[in-house]
Write a new protein. Structure first.
Length: 181
């Protein structure tokens, strides 16, 4: 019942750099109805704005409603494990948001992610692990952790025509900028 005040109390800690992972997940709609998810997300977006913090957004099977809320609340921050279209990606980065990419971009069927990575400026991409999920090729099917980020960077380097270390350097700077660290 006191979740909102509990979360707000945490936001004063000096190590807190963002409000997240927050969002909409309509894949698990039976666990939490859409309206309740939206109500909680709106409260969290308002907290982020009040405390001048970026957000880390979770958007699964809820793109239209999520983008509507992003348009209305205009948060700064990142969309975790971005799974939308290249067109939507361009719209999001034009609004100053960052897009997170993890192991799933390396999968053979991830053609959409490759189009997104080719369409957005390099300074709007972040790397992430989503530990313990979505381990990249060639370790797919194992528990994911930060040791595997090099596989993601190497794959993105093939799209951006740069070596993996350059991708790591660019995306690390992006993360520092996004989260103010």
């Amino acid at each position: 019942d006191n979740w909102l005040s509990d979360v707000e109390a945490l936001l004063s800690h000096p190590k807190i750099v963002a409000v997240g992972e927050i969002g909409l997940d309509y894949h698990w709609e039976d666990e939490c109805p859409r309206e309740k998810q939206k109500e909680v997300l709106i409260a969290q977006l308002e907290l982020a704005k009040k405390h001048d913090l970026p957000v880390v957004i979770h958007d699964r099977e809820a793109h239209a409603e999520m983008y509507e809320l992003l348009r209305k609340y205009k948060p700064r921050g990142a969309l975790h494990c971005y799974s939308g279209s290249a067109e939507d990606a361009v719209w999001l980065v034009e609004r100053g948001l960052y897009l997170g990419f993890g192991g799933a971009v390396t999968y053979k069927g991830a053609k959409r992610a490759a189009k997104v990575l080719a369409a957005i400026p390099h300074d709007r991409a972040l790397l992430e692990t989503d530990c313990p999920y979505m381990a990249p090729e060639p370790v797919r099917g194992t528990r994911n952790d930060s040791r595997n980020i090099a596989h993601v960077a190497a794959y993105i380097g093939t799209i951006w025509q740069m070596d993996a270390q350059a991708v790591l350097d660019v995306t690390a700077e992006n993360a520092r900028t996004c989260f103010g660290v």
